[in-house]
Design a protein around this ligand. Sequence first.
Ligand SMILES: Nc1nc2c(ncn2[C@@H]2O[C@H](COP(=O)(O)OP(=O)(O)OP(=O)(O)O)[C@@H](O)[C@H]2O)c(=O)[nH]1
Ligand SMILES: [Zn+2]
Length: 214
Amino acid sequence: MTIAHKDFLPSDWHEDDSASEAASRNGLDPMMDAVRTLLVGVGEDPERNGLERTPKRVAEALKFLTKGYDQSLEALLNGAIFDVGHDELVLVRDIDLFSMCEHHMLPFIGRAHVGYIPNQKVVGLSKIARIVEMYARRLQVQERLTRQIAEALQEVLQPRGVAVVIEASHMCMVMRGVQKPNSWTVTSSMVGVFKESQSTRQEFLDLIHHKATF
Ligand SMILES: Nc1nc2c(ncn2[C@@H]2O[C@H](COP(=O)(O)OP(=O)(O)OP(=O)(O)O)[C@@H](O)[C@H]2O)c(=O)[nH]1
Ligand SMILES: [Zn+2]
């Protein structure tokens, strides 16, 4: 006779039990309780079919959307700083970003353009996008996000200058509140030579607007 593993499990066991154990190990339980409270608050029944697993999904989604809190600059750079003797502008454009405003916990979505003028050291290009990602995956205001990206590059490379521009659309201004779906917000943070030299800043601004040829 084959004894199934399930034969040893309590009669109220169901497939989700291992998932709920994992959820409580990951500290999701209080978040799931809070989501149940929110569901009741909007007039829903958290026990109804279709919403049963929603608290877990929402808690996991929120953890994902804020995973930047668990990351560090040092770990994400993974030592990818090189000395290649390049002393002209490096620009990574159109880095998609998804963040959440700290006022409404609603998404703001857009792109970042990050440029710097090296002082001997350059950083792996993907690491620039990873820096954007780390700070975007937190509760943010767009201005602080822009500045933190610039400060991070300044800290790790001590370049001659850093320029960051973020263009984003805030769902708290689109879906609710003032409801202006076509408005978008541009923020910039200029450090070093980009702040001091109008022509350097202009070169950066021209390059983030020129049309790609590929
Ligand atoms: N500066 C800045 N403001 C933001 C950002 N994200 C959201 N906000 C604003 O935060 C403000 C919060 O204003 P409050 O009056 O406290 O909140 P509210 O009543 O929900 O405001 P409304 O959105 O005008 O309805 C709003 O003006 C939002 O547009 C951001 O990244 N930067
Ligand atoms: Zn907001």
